[in-house]
Ligand binder design. Structure first.
Ligand SMILES: Nc1ncnc2c1ncn2[C@@H]1O[C@H](COP(=O)(O)OP(=O)(O)OP(=O)(O)O)[C@@H](O)[C@H]1O
Ligand SMILES: [Mg+2]
Length: 276
C-alpha cells in the first residue's frame, strides 16, 4: 500500500503512440495519473506518436523509412512530426485536465532538452554490405537544463513533453521519445521510469520477461530477440539506469490501469529492468 514514503516520489512516465490509441485508453491513463498524484507521487510525462506520424506522412505522400528503430527525418518529415506531436500533446493535456490533473504541455524545446545531431548509423544492406545512413534531422539528447522542468514541477503541475528538441543554435530535431524520457528522468530527479508501450514488456519466444539486467538485454540484442522500436527503448533504459534512475518498468498501455496496479499495488506485471 501507499505510505508516506510515496510523498513527493518523482516518477517519469513515457507512453508511446500505439499504447493509448484504443477506445477509452487515454481517459483510463489520465485517471491513473490522477490516482498517482492523489497518492503523493509527482509524475513527469513524455510521449511519442510514431504510428500517427507515419500515417500523416503517408497521407502527405512522404516515404516512411526507419533504421535501427529510428525514423529517417528530412525537413518535411520533421514538420509532420512537430505538427502531429503538438496535436497529440494538446489532446493529452486536455484529457488530463478533465481528469483533474494540472498538466502543462511542452515540447522538448520548451523543456530545455538540448539536442545534438545523431551520428550516422551503420547498418548492413540487402547485399550484405556495411553502409552508413545519415538520419538527417534526428537528434540525440546532449543535456537537459533542469530549471524549466523544476519551475513546473515545484508549482505542483505535471509537465507533458513531446520530443521535438533544438540544439543550442535553435535547429530543431526529432528525438526518439524513449531517449528524451531517459534524460528528463535524470534531470527531474526521478528514481523510477516507466515505459508504457503496446506490448506487455520485453518478449522472448512470445513470453514476457519479468525481470532483466542490462547484460541480459545485451544478449537479447545480440541474438536478434530485440529489434525495431525496442532497440531505442532498451538503450533508453540503459541511459536512465546509468544516470541514477534505480528501476525501469515496461508496461502495456492496453492493459487497463496497469500503471496504478504496478506503482501503487506492486503487482507483478510487465518487465522490470535493473543495472544488475
Ligand atoms: N523482444 C521484443 N519484445 C517486445 N517488443 C519488441 C521486441 N522486439 C521488437 N519489439 C517491437 O517494439 C515495439 C515497441 O516500440 P515502438 O517504438 O513501436 O513503440 P513505442 O516506443 O511505445 O511508441 P512511440 O515510438 O510512438 O513512442 C513493439 O510493438 C514490438 O513490435
Ligand atoms: Mg518507440
Amino acid at each position: 500500500m501507499v505510505g508516506h514514503q510515496d510523498q513527493g516520489r518523482r516518477i517519469l512516465i513515457k507512453f508511446g503512440g500505439n499504447a493509448l490509441s484504443g477506445e477509452g485508453d487515454l481517459e483510463r491513463f489520465a485517471q491513473d495519473i490522477a490516482s498517482l498524484i492523489a497518492s503523493g507521487l509527482r509524475p513527469v510525462l513524455v510521449h511519442g506518436g510514431g504510428p500517427e506520424i507515419s500515417q500523416e506522412m503517408e497521407r502527405r505522400g512522404l516515404k516512411v523509412r526507419k533504421v535501427s528503430g529510428l525514423r529517417v527525418t528530412d525537413p518535411a518529415a520533421l514538420e509532420v512530426a512537430a505538427d502531429v506531436l503538438g496535436r497529440i500533446n494538446s489532446d493529452i493535456v486536455g484529457t488530463l485536465g478533465r481528469a483533474g490533473v494540472n498538466a502543462v504541455g511542452m515540447s522538448g524545446c520548451d523543456a530545455a532538452v538540448i539536442a545534438s545531431k545523431m551520428p550516422s548509423v551503420k547498418v548492413t544492406d540487402e547485399q550484405g554490405n556495411d553502409v552508413s545512413v545519415d538520419l538527417d534531422r534526428v537528434g540525440d539528447v546532449a543535456r537537459v537544463d533542469p530549471e524549466r522542468l523544476e519551475a513546473t514541477i515545484s508549482k505542483g503541475a505535471v509537465p507533458v513533453i513531446y520530443p521535438i528538441c533544438a540544439d543550442p543554435e535553435g535547429l530543431q530535431f526529432n528525438v526518439n521519445a524513449d531517449t528524451v524520457a531517459a534524460h528528463v528522468a535524470r534531470a527531474a530527479g526521478a528514481r523510477e521510469m516507466v515505459l508504457v508501450t503496446d506490448v506487455p514488456g520485453i518478449l522472448k519466444n512470445g513470453e514476457v520477461i519479468r525481470s532483466i539486467t542490462l547484460s541480459g538485454i545485451d544478449a537479447l540484442i545480440a541474438d536478434g530477440t530485440i529489434t525495431g522500436g525496442m532497440v531505442p527503448k532498451v538503450d533508453a533504459c540503459r541511459t536512465a539506469l546509468m544516470n541514477g534512475v534505480g528501476t525501469v518498468y515496461m508496461l502495456n498501455g492496453k492493459d487497463p490501469h496497469s500503471l496504478v496496479r504496478k506503482l501503487l499495488r506492486g503487482e507483478d506485471t510487465g518487465t522490470r529492468i535493473t543495472v544488475g
